[in-house]
Design a protein around this ligand. Sequence first.
Ligand code: PEP
Ligand code: MN
Length: 269
Amino acid sequence: MQTGRSTVRVRDVEFGGDEVVLIAGPCSVESETQLLTVARAVRDAGARMLRGGAFKPRTSPDSFRGLGEEGLKLLALARAETGLPVVTEVMDPRLIPLVSQYADMLQVGSRNMQNFPLLEELGRSRVPVLLKRGMGSTIDELLSAAEYLFRGGNDQVVFCERGIRTFEPSTRSTLDLNAVPMLRRRSLLPVIVDPSHGTGHAWMVPSLASAAVAVRADGLIIEVHANPALALSDGAQSVTPAEFDALAREVAAVATAIGRHTAVPCGAR
Ligand code: PEP
Ligand code: MN
Protein backbone atom coordinates (compact mmCIF):
# COMPACT_ATOMS: atom_id res chain seq x y z
CA MET A 1 0.00 0.00 0.00
CA GLN A 2 2.82 2.41 0.95
CA THR A 3 5.17 1.10 -1.74
CA GLY A 4 8.34 3.04 -2.36
CA ARG A 5 8.36 4.70 1.04
CA SER A 6 11.14 4.24 3.58
CA THR A 7 10.39 2.54 6.84
CA VAL A 8 12.02 3.13 10.19
CA ARG A 9 12.05 0.31 12.74
CA VAL A 10 12.14 0.80 16.47
CA ARG A 11 12.35 -2.71 17.94
CA ASP A 12 9.14 -4.41 16.70
CA VAL A 13 7.49 -1.15 15.62
CA GLU A 14 7.62 -0.04 12.01
CA PHE A 15 6.97 3.54 10.93
CA GLY A 16 6.09 4.23 7.31
CA GLY A 17 4.20 1.04 6.51
CA ASP A 18 0.45 0.41 6.49
CA GLU A 19 0.22 0.74 10.25
CA VAL A 20 -0.49 4.13 11.79
CA VAL A 21 1.72 4.00 14.89
CA LEU A 22 0.35 5.43 18.13
CA ILE A 23 2.90 6.74 20.62
CA ALA A 24 1.49 7.83 23.97
CA GLY A 25 2.56 8.69 27.48
CA PRO A 26 3.08 11.60 29.82
CA CYS A 27 4.82 14.83 28.90
CA SER A 28 7.24 14.26 31.80
CA VAL A 29 8.13 11.19 33.78
CA GLU A 30 7.07 12.15 37.32
CA SER A 31 7.07 8.94 39.36
CA GLU A 32 6.96 5.17 39.02
CA THR A 33 3.23 5.02 39.75
CA GLN A 34 2.39 7.86 37.38
CA LEU A 35 4.38 6.34 34.53
CA LEU A 36 3.35 2.70 34.97
CA THR A 37 -0.34 3.58 35.31
CA VAL A 38 -0.30 5.49 32.05
CA ALA A 39 1.97 3.01 30.25
CA ARG A 40 -0.32 0.05 30.99
CA ALA A 41 -3.42 2.02 30.04
CA VAL A 42 -2.10 3.25 26.71
CA ARG A 43 -0.74 -0.18 25.80
CA ASP A 44 -4.17 -1.71 26.46
CA ALA A 45 -5.74 1.01 24.29
CA GLY A 46 -3.47 0.23 21.32
CA ALA A 47 -0.38 2.40 21.75
CA ARG A 48 2.74 0.81 20.23
CA MET A 49 5.34 3.03 21.90
CA LEU A 50 5.69 4.90 25.17
CA ARG A 51 6.75 8.53 25.38
CA GLY A 52 7.92 10.43 28.47
CA GLY A 53 10.42 13.20 29.12
CA ALA A 54 13.27 12.76 31.58
CA PHE A 55 15.22 15.83 30.46
CA LYS A 56 12.67 18.56 29.81
CA PRO A 57 13.23 21.77 27.88
CA ARG A 58 11.31 24.38 29.89
CA THR A 59 10.91 28.04 29.11
CA SER A 60 11.51 28.99 32.74
CA PRO A 61 14.36 27.37 34.69
CA ASP A 62 12.00 27.38 37.70
CA SER A 63 9.61 24.91 36.04
CA PHE A 64 9.94 21.14 36.54
CA ARG A 65 12.82 20.09 34.33
CA GLY A 66 12.47 16.34 34.65
CA LEU A 67 13.89 13.56 36.81
CA GLY A 68 16.99 13.10 34.64
CA GLU A 69 18.60 9.66 34.81
CA GLU A 70 16.05 8.54 37.41
CA GLY A 71 13.37 9.26 34.79
CA LEU A 72 15.26 7.20 32.22
CA LYS A 73 15.37 4.27 34.66
CA LEU A 74 11.63 4.52 35.15
CA LEU A 75 11.11 4.52 31.37
CA ALA A 76 13.18 1.34 31.11
CA LEU A 77 11.13 -0.19 33.91
CA ALA A 78 7.88 0.74 32.12
CA ARG A 79 9.23 -0.82 28.93
CA ALA A 80 10.04 -4.03 30.78
CA GLU A 81 6.54 -4.03 32.29
CA THR A 82 4.59 -3.31 29.11
CA GLY A 83 6.85 -4.35 26.23
CA LEU A 84 6.45 -0.89 24.69
CA PRO A 85 9.60 0.63 23.15
CA VAL A 86 10.44 4.06 24.56
CA VAL A 87 11.05 7.46 22.98
CA THR A 88 12.48 10.29 25.06
CA GLU A 89 14.12 13.63 24.40
CA VAL A 90 17.85 14.30 24.40
CA MET A 91 18.95 17.94 24.48
CA ASP A 92 22.67 17.66 25.05
CA PRO A 93 25.04 15.82 22.70
CA ARG A 94 27.08 14.71 25.73
CA LEU A 95 24.05 12.81 27.05
CA ILE A 96 23.40 10.72 23.91
CA PRO A 97 25.27 7.66 25.26
CA LEU A 98 23.38 7.82 28.57
CA VAL A 99 19.93 8.36 27.07
CA SER A 100 20.42 5.67 24.44
CA GLN A 101 21.24 3.15 27.16
CA TYR A 102 17.61 3.41 28.25
CA ALA A 103 15.62 4.56 25.21
CA ASP A 104 14.87 2.95 21.84
CA MET A 105 14.36 6.21 19.96
CA LEU A 106 15.73 9.67 20.71
CA GLN A 107 13.59 12.77 20.32
CA VAL A 108 15.04 16.03 19.07
CA GLY A 109 12.63 18.58 20.47
CA SER A 110 11.25 21.61 18.72
CA ARG A 111 13.67 23.94 20.50
CA ASN A 112 16.62 21.87 19.33
CA MET A 113 15.76 21.20 15.68
CA GLN A 114 18.66 23.42 14.69
CA ASN A 115 21.02 22.40 17.48
CA PHE A 116 23.65 21.39 14.95
CA PRO A 117 26.18 19.79 17.34
CA LEU A 118 23.32 17.62 18.66
CA LEU A 119 22.23 16.66 15.12
CA GLU A 120 25.82 15.86 14.10
CA GLU A 121 26.35 13.65 17.12
CA LEU A 122 23.03 11.85 16.54
CA GLY A 123 24.08 11.42 12.92
CA ARG A 124 27.14 9.51 14.09
CA SER A 125 25.01 7.29 16.31
CA ARG A 126 22.75 4.64 14.80
CA VAL A 127 19.78 5.19 17.07
CA PRO A 128 16.40 6.05 15.47
CA VAL A 129 15.59 9.76 15.79
CA LEU A 130 12.22 11.48 16.16
CA LEU A 131 12.93 14.91 14.66
CA LYS A 132 10.35 17.48 15.72
CA ARG A 133 9.78 20.58 13.68
CA GLY A 134 11.02 23.80 15.23
CA MET A 135 8.09 25.97 16.24
CA GLY A 136 9.53 28.78 14.11
CA SER A 137 10.98 26.60 11.36
CA THR A 138 9.91 26.08 7.79
CA ILE A 139 9.49 22.70 6.13
CA ASP A 140 12.71 23.37 4.19
CA GLU A 141 14.57 23.96 7.43
CA LEU A 142 13.18 20.72 8.87
CA LEU A 143 14.38 18.82 5.80
CA SER A 144 17.80 20.46 6.11
CA ALA A 145 18.01 19.49 9.77
CA ALA A 146 17.43 15.87 8.74
CA GLU A 147 20.26 16.26 6.23
CA TYR A 148 22.66 16.75 9.16
CA LEU A 149 21.61 13.33 10.46
CA PHE A 150 22.00 11.70 7.03
CA ARG A 151 25.47 13.20 6.55
CA GLY A 152 26.64 11.46 9.68
CA GLY A 153 25.22 8.19 8.36
CA ASN A 154 21.96 8.00 10.30
CA ASP A 155 18.90 7.67 8.06
CA GLN A 156 16.65 6.24 10.78
CA VAL A 157 14.64 9.45 11.01
CA VAL A 158 10.94 10.05 11.62
CA PHE A 159 9.66 13.61 11.15
CA CYS A 160 7.15 15.11 13.58
CA GLU A 161 4.86 18.05 12.87
CA ARG A 162 4.09 19.60 16.27
CA GLY A 163 2.65 23.00 15.39
CA ILE A 164 4.18 26.34 14.62
CA ARG A 165 3.88 29.82 16.11
CA THR A 166 1.47 32.04 14.22
CA PHE A 167 -0.50 35.18 15.05
CA GLU A 168 -3.31 33.01 16.47
CA PRO A 169 -3.25 33.12 20.29
CA SER A 170 -6.24 30.89 21.12
CA THR A 171 -4.21 27.73 20.61
CA ARG A 172 -0.67 27.06 21.89
CA SER A 173 0.46 26.41 18.30
CA THR A 174 -1.10 26.23 14.88
CA LEU A 175 -0.90 22.58 13.87
CA ASP A 176 0.33 22.73 10.29
CA LEU A 177 -1.24 19.65 8.76
CA ASN A 178 -0.10 20.93 5.36
CA ALA A 179 3.33 19.76 6.44
CA VAL A 180 2.29 16.10 6.31
CA PRO A 181 1.56 15.77 2.58
CA MET A 182 4.35 18.24 1.80
CA LEU A 183 6.97 16.27 3.75
CA ARG A 184 5.71 13.02 2.25
CA ARG A 185 6.11 14.51 -1.19
CA ARG A 186 9.60 15.81 -0.55
CA SER A 187 10.99 12.92 1.48
CA LEU A 188 10.37 9.19 1.67
CA LEU A 189 10.72 9.17 5.44
CA PRO A 190 7.79 8.65 7.82
CA VAL A 191 5.95 11.67 9.21
CA ILE A 192 4.01 11.67 12.47
CA VAL A 193 1.91 14.38 14.13
CA ASP A 194 1.78 15.71 17.70
CA PRO A 195 -1.69 17.22 18.25
CA SER A 196 -0.97 17.75 21.97
CA HIS A 197 1.70 20.43 21.52
CA GLY A 198 0.02 21.40 18.26
CA THR A 199 -3.11 22.65 20.01
CA GLY A 200 -2.33 22.99 23.72
CA HIS A 201 -5.89 21.92 24.56
CA ALA A 202 -6.75 18.35 25.55
CA TRP A 203 -10.28 18.74 24.22
CA MET A 204 -8.95 19.47 20.72
CA VAL A 205 -6.52 16.57 20.60
CA PRO A 206 -8.90 13.79 19.40
CA SER A 207 -10.18 15.89 16.46
CA LEU A 208 -6.71 16.83 15.28
CA ALA A 209 -5.50 13.26 15.79
CA SER A 210 -8.16 12.00 13.39
CA ALA A 211 -7.44 14.82 10.96
CA ALA A 212 -3.73 13.93 11.00
CA VAL A 213 -4.48 10.31 10.15
CA ALA A 214 -6.81 11.46 7.37
CA VAL A 215 -3.98 13.48 5.77
CA ARG A 216 -1.82 10.31 5.87
CA ALA A 217 0.34 10.83 8.91
CA ASP A 218 2.30 7.65 9.64
CA GLY A 219 1.66 7.99 13.35
CA LEU A 220 0.65 10.14 16.29
CA ILE A 221 2.35 11.14 19.52
CA ILE A 222 -0.11 11.95 22.29
CA GLU A 223 0.39 13.22 25.84
CA VAL A 224 -1.58 11.23 28.41
CA HIS A 225 -1.82 11.74 32.17
CA ALA A 226 -4.05 9.97 34.70
CA ASN A 227 -4.73 13.28 36.44
CA PRO A 228 -3.97 16.12 34.03
CA ALA A 229 -4.76 18.79 36.64
CA LEU A 230 -1.82 17.53 38.71
CA ALA A 231 0.65 17.07 35.85
CA LEU A 232 4.05 18.71 36.41
CA SER A 233 4.14 19.78 32.75
CA ASP A 234 1.63 20.24 29.94
CA GLY A 235 -1.45 19.16 31.91
CA ALA A 236 -3.78 21.36 29.85
CA GLN A 237 -3.01 19.42 26.70
CA SER A 238 -2.87 15.96 28.27
CA VAL A 239 -5.77 13.58 27.73
CA THR A 240 -6.80 10.99 30.31
CA PRO A 241 -6.37 7.26 29.68
CA ALA A 242 -10.12 6.97 29.00
CA GLU A 243 -9.95 9.82 26.50
CA PHE A 244 -6.94 8.20 24.86
CA ASP A 245 -8.86 4.95 24.54
CA ALA A 246 -11.71 6.77 22.75
CA LEU A 247 -9.21 8.63 20.55
CA ALA A 248 -7.52 5.37 19.59
CA ARG A 249 -10.83 3.84 18.50
CA GLU A 250 -11.72 6.87 16.44
CA VAL A 251 -8.36 7.04 14.65
CA ALA A 252 -8.56 3.28 14.02
CA ALA A 253 -11.76 3.92 12.07
CA VAL A 254 -10.16 6.76 10.09
CA ALA A 255 -7.12 4.60 9.35
CA THR A 256 -9.35 1.79 8.10
CA ALA A 257 -11.23 4.22 5.86
CA ILE A 258 -7.99 5.07 4.02
CA GLY A 259 -6.70 1.51 3.76
CA ARG A 260 -4.42 1.58 6.79
CA HIS A 261 -4.72 0.24 10.32
CA THR A 262 -3.63 0.80 13.91
CA ALA A 263 -2.92 -1.66 16.69
CA VAL A 264 -6.22 -1.06 18.45
CA PRO A 265 -7.24 -4.44 19.90
CA CYS A 266 -9.50 -6.41 17.55
CA GLY A 267 -13.19 -5.95 18.09
CA ALA A 268 -12.56 -2.67 19.92
CA ARG A 269 -13.48 -0.61 16.93
C1 PEP B 1 7.54 17.25 24.37
O1 PEP B 1 7.42 16.33 23.54
O2 PEP B 1 7.15 17.16 25.56
C2 PEP B 1 8.09 18.53 23.92
C3 PEP B 1 8.74 19.34 24.75
O3 PEP B 1 7.81 18.77 22.62
P1 PEP B 1 8.25 19.98 21.67
O4 PEP B 1 9.73 19.89 21.59
O5 PEP B 1 7.56 19.69 20.38
O6 PEP B 1 7.77 21.25 22.32
MN1 MN C 1 5.03 18.25 26.56
